[in-house]
Design a protein. Structure first.
Length: 695
């Protein structure tokens, strides 16, 4: 079957491809192939948002694909879980045994089987196409994939109706850009290019973030607020806009709902109150509001860091109100952008085939609470104990919160675990079987972006290395062994790719046949999506006040909800663990991907912890000293870097290291908790109190 599945690859030439990683830039790639080997990967200079440039990570993609540690044959565990002791086996032996084990468990209750996946690839073909079909047919538990962005999505949906916003290419024409909760130089490099163009044309750039990251250092101003206080800052800006009448009354009247109620609440948040909550100077708040109210067009680039706290969704709700107050949406270069995902329309039903459930309604488990869920016993409320875990496109041992519970769950002798991977990750060490998967250069896929408006094709540049197979092929072969005879399980990757782009006005005439040849295509539609209203909300307006939220028993207006773990909300905890920890990504890693690429890990050196000089002095810490960061959930070792880039009372633990490549076999997620955000059931990675001491 495999020969009919894999796309033809050239022995020489230039191949159009796409970056698969969890980044808003979704770059268009050009892969140079010589004698069947990919010798270079570069950005497509003709693609407007990639414009020939790649981040340091993806520019080294051949180093990752041809890494000497690539998994190139199936492996079966021979030693204790976690020791990484495996022996090579054939595909037939591995798949036959896996299918037999799954059949036995499914005969008792298929919900005891859990898929676990996320953004190892954002491609529609190698992501949740054949895999989703397999688990739907099986009747396995469903996974609520919340670990990144669902709080922000819920916040946007409540106010503007979805993950929609500005065209990133228009930011270069903005006069004011607020970069809110984002280190763009690290995590959104191509947006930063547009921001720099705007800066050269006289625009003012302001970074709003708890630490002075690389982006903040290159902006005109940095508003260094406490983690989880963004909604308070947004309300203080509204207060000033209202009291100084920096408002677009016509836009508010025509295209919004609930201004009177929002006004009443905003007037309860003068800058003095917000300054006390946020830990920023009163005058800085006033100046920021003055700039936002008087510099036009004004644009906001939000990213997902700000919503990884208890009140993250409501913070996004509050910020999303701002553009409509000043009429910024009237302009191509005004408004906001957090995600462009809903500008696209993929045919999810054709890809994932939920009809294969045939009326069954399996339970849904939240991927954030994996640690707790793996340790639960069967109960009427929970359902069956998890007996099998199939992991693909994820490394939960590194990325899931409260990591010690995750490890305890993976270490269960009665848990059958299968991992599809490129490398022997922390998670793969705990697998019963590790199945070698292809990288982006070895398979076909279709991509959209959540940071721009282009569909992209990924054509296979080289044949799969060793015995590696695409995710789709692995699940096809498993489906055959499970006896799944539905025609959809025989579809090849080309057929799946052709189903991805829905026949929808949002996509215009873009189709796979065109895309795979041209490489990329831009969505049609207005650059300024809400210049005349038309929000995809029930009212068709920007909803400052939400009937949907009220009907759900929640506050119809955005709320200021402080972190679970802070001096204000948990004073006894803060007395023991007085430092707030945030754990943004290290510049040369992307989640836990690329950590094992030698050149990139050498650039990072080792796990680092930024601590303010005042906090270091109180603890007798010296720069460069190995320190132990700890709380009731766990501890992790790192190298102290005494720095004013973080606030007093706050540390920055740069992530996300593999456990096995860390000094003590831990990373920052030993410290994070599994509690969920206010809306969207997302994680609270940046809502965490700790203490630091010499190692």
């Amino acid at each position: 079957m495999t020969e009919t599945i894999l796309a033809a690859v050239p022995s020489d030439g230039l191949v159009r491809a796409a970056c698969p990683h969890d980044c808003p830039d979704t770059c268009a790639l050009l892969v140079t192939v010589k004698d069947g080997v990919a010798v270079s990967v570069r950005g497509d200079p003709d693609h407007p948002t990639t414009h020939g440039a790649l981040c340091a990570k993806v520019s080294r993609y051949t180093e990752r694909t041809y890494h000497p540690d690539r998994l190139l044959q199936p492996l079966k565990r021979t030693g204790p879980k976690g020791n990484g002791q495996f022996t090579p086996v054939s595909w037939d032996e591995a798949l036959d045994d896996i299918a037999a084990r799954l059949k036995t468990i499914a005969a008792r209750d298929p919900q005891a089987i859990l898929p676990y996946s996320y953004g190892g690839t954002l491609g529609f073909v190698q992501g949740e196409s054949m895999a989703a079909r397999f688990f739907h047919k099986l009747g396995a538990s469903l996974l609520d994939r919340t670990i990144c962005s669902t709080a922000g999505e819920a916040g946007l949906n409540a106010v503007i109706g979805g993950k929609l916003g500005m065209d990133v290419e228009q930011f270069e024409h903005s006069k004011l850009i607020l970069i809110w909760g984002s280190n763009s130089i690290t995590s959104n490099l191509h947006f930063w290019t547009y921001a720099q163009r705007a800066k050269r044309q006289g625009a003012k750039l302001v970074c709003i973030d708890p630490w002075r990251n690389d982006t903040a250092e290159k902006c005109h101003e940095h508003v260094q607020l406490r983690p989880g206080t963004d909604a308070a800052l947004a309300y203080a800006l509204m207060h000033e806009l209202i009291t100084h009448d920096w408002l677009d009354h016509d836009y508010i009247e025509q295209y919004t709902v609930g201004f009177a109620a929002l006004r009443e609440r905003a007037l309860q948040w003068p800058p003095e109150r917000a300054a006390a909550v946020c830990g920023v100077p009163v005058e800085q708040i006033r100046q920021l509001a003055r700039d936002y109210g008087t510099l036009s067009p004004a644009a906001i680039r939000m990213n997902y860091g700000l919503q990884r706290v208890r009140g993250g969704a409501n913070a996004v709700r509050a910020i999303a109100c701002l553009p409509s107050l000043v009429g910024a949406w009237r302009h191509d270069a005004g408004g906001l952008l957090m995600s462009s995902s809903n500008h696209f329309k993929a045919d999810g039903a054709a890809l994932e085939r939920p009809d294969l459930l045939a009326g069954r309604k399996p339970r849904t488990l939240n991927m954030v609470t994996l640690g707790d869920d793996l340790l639960r016993s069967s109960s009427p409320a929970f359902g069956p104990k998890i007996e099998a875990l199939i992991v693909y496109n994820s490394n939960p041992m590194a990325v899931a919160p409260e990591g010690n519970k995750v490890r305890e769950g993976f270490a269960r002798d009665d848990l059958f675990t299968v991992v599809l991977e490129h490398f022997q990750t922390d998670t793969a060490d705990y697998a019963d079987y590790v199945l070698p998967a292809t990288t982006q250069l070895e398979h076909l896929d279709v991509h959209k972006s959540y940071g721009h408006r282009y569909w992209l094709a990924n054509n296979a540049a080289v044949a799969p290395l060793g015995q590696a197979k695409p995710n789709t092929e692995i699940f096809r072969l498993l489906a055959a062994r499970m006896g799944f005879a539905d025609p959809c399980f025989a579809e090849n990757d080309e057929q799946i790719a052709a189903q991805t782009i829905a026949a929808d006005v949002r996509n215009g005439d873009i189709a796979w046949a065109r895309l795979k040849t041209e490489g990329w295509a831009k969505l049609p539609g207005a650059t300024a999506p809400f210049a005349r209203g038309g929000f995809p909300t029930p009212s068709g307006r920007c909803e400052f006040w939400s009937q949907r939220e009220l009907d759900a028993g929640r506050d119809p207006l955005p709320e200021v909800i402080l972190p679970y773990e802070s001096e204000e909300t948990a004073p006894e905890l803060a007395a023991r663990y007085p430092l707030a920890m945030i754990s943004p990504p290290a510049r040369n890693f992307l989640n836990s991907t690329f950590v094992n690429v030698d050149s990139l890990r050498q650039l990072e050196g080792e796990p680092a912890l930024l601590i303010h000089p005042d906090d270091a002095a109180r603890r007798g810490l010296a720069d460069g000293q190995m320190v132990r960061t700890f709380n009731d959930r766990g501890a992790a070792l790192s190298r102290a870097r005494i720095s004013t880039r973080t606030r007093p009372g706050q540390i920055v633990g740069l992530g996300l290291w593999w456990r096995k490549l860390s000094p003590d076999g831990q990373n920052v997620n030993a410290l994070t908790h599994q509690r969920l955000t206010d809306l969207g059931a997302g994680p609270c990675f940046y809502d965490c109190l700790v203490e630091v001491a010499p190692a």
